[in-house]
Design a protein around this ligand. Structure first.
Ligand code: ADP
Ligand code: MG
Length: 208
């Protein structure tokens, strides 16, 4: 079954809720290897998204996704604002005019969205960034059959995402502020990979 617009709006709503709940947790993770603002950034960004959402809730999926991206881009500072902003905006462009998202559509969405992160941040696998999560997740999603229901595809990607997040712990950061710490960045999960896992978990919930 494809993702309906109601489910997309539920996904965004659930991300807002998780970034309220996990604001301190994400900020604490960022305190260990960055500048202690990742939770604040995500919380502020999704609060703005929730303000904007009613103005586009009756539009098609790409319009809603583009609004999420543009809002994050303009309201979230630091590295993650432009990275997540690009994620949603590029993803939106892959769904021209769609009013629901099939598994094939989601593959196209995610490929474009993750491509946006790569284009913007130039991360490589192993740099200890959100891309260390999205790279393996994208590969898992693309390997699924188009006929597999989207909820199953996302459920199957979750353990991949959890393992990918855990795998960031022993890495030394080579991108972003955490890279300034050198070897002291070892032993902590990447904050952006953690917020990315929350995005996937809330998608799973929204799809039921
Ligand atoms: P800032 O680092 O500017 O304070 P945030 O704290 O909101 O921004 O986000 C930090 C997260 O951004 C990191 O945990 C990492 O996942 C991600 N990140 C930083 N630089 C890059 C990059 N060049 N490519 C991909 N992701 C990056
Ligand atoms: Mg930070």
């Amino acid at each position: 079954m494809p993702m309906t617009k109601t489910q997309l709006l539920a996904w965004i709503d659930k991300q807002n809720a998780v970034f309220c709940d996990k604001k301190e947790y994400l900020t604490d993770l960022d305190a260990a290897i960055g500048d202690a603002d990742h939770g604040i950034n995500m919380n502020r960004g999704f609060a703005k998204v929730m303000e904007k959402l009613p103005t586009v809730a009756d539009k098609d999926l790409p319009t809603i996704l583009k609004t999420v991206g543009m809002t994050l881009m303009s309201s979230v500072g630091g590295a993650s604002g432009p990275l997540y902003g690009t994620f949603w905006m590029k993803g939106a462009m892959a769904l021209d005019g769609k009013t629901e998202m099939t598994t094939a559509d989601f593959k196209a969405f995610l490929e474009a969205a993750v491509g946006g992160i790569v284009q913007r941040g130039r991360p490589e696998l192993g740099d200890k960034t959100m891309y260390d999560l999205w790279g393996p997740v994208l590969a898992a999603v693309k390997a699924a059959e188009d006929a597999t229901p989207l909820a199953e595809v996302v459920a199957a990607a979750l353990p991949v995402a959890e393992a990918a997040l855990a795998a960031t712990i022993p890495l030394q950061a080579r991108k972003g502020r955490a890279s300034y710490l050198g070897e002291r960045s070892i032993g902590h999960p990447d904050p952006g990979a953690t917020s990315s896992l929350f995005m996937l978990q809330t998608l799973r919930e929204a799809l039921g």
